[in-house]
Design a protein around this ligand. Structure first.
Ligand SMILES: [Zn+2]
Length: 159
């Protein structure tokens, strides 16, 4: 057993079994240093693992894409071609329109639609058309008209 491994093992033992015994300036100084490194490496490995293991987390989505999806779900704003194909459940078509970043974050985008966008608004091209057709012509779906509640849709954003 090498000295490094022995120290590492000792440090881990102190950390796990007897943390109150680690006193500054004591002969276990070296063990404390290795122990600290061991803990840091463990934390770094953990955070990298989280990024790799969960490709569906919304943080991966580019902000303008997320904003466009929120506006679609909330205000019935039309999206660009890429998101229209995602919402229509035409993923092959969507991949064809996606840029580099959207290809990489596709699992997160699809997961966001599934979990955060109203289900009547997506799933096939007809549902997307009908959702957009439900926009209020007066307020464009925002529910606001001249700084107040839209009189046409009473702030609901659709007819
Ligand atoms: Zn309105």
């Amino acid at each position: 057993m090498s000295e490094q491994t022995e120290t590492d093992r000792l440090a881990k033992w102190f950390a796990d079994e007897w943390p109150e015994a680690v006193i500054e300036g004591s002969p276990v100084d070296n063990a404390i240093r290795v122990m600290t490194e061991f803990k840091m490496m463990k934390q770094i490995a953990k955070s990298f693992g989280a990024v790799i293991d969960d490709p569906t987390t919304p943080d991966h989505i580019r902000p303008n894409i997320r904003e466009a999806l929120d506006n679609y779900g909330k205000n019935r704003y039309p999206t660009g071609d890429f998101l229209r194909l995602v919402l229509s459940n035409d993923l092959a078509g969507a991949y064809g329109k996606a840029d580099h970043h959207n290809i990489q974050t596709m699992p997160a985008i699809v997961s966001y639609v599934y979990n955060h966008i109203p289900s009547p608004s997506w799933g096939n091209p007809d549902k997307v058309r009908q959702w957009l057709a439900g926009r209020c012509n007066q307020c464009n779906g925002t529910g606001d008209k001249d700084g107040g509640v839209c009189p046409d849709c009473k702030g609901m954003g659709h007819k």
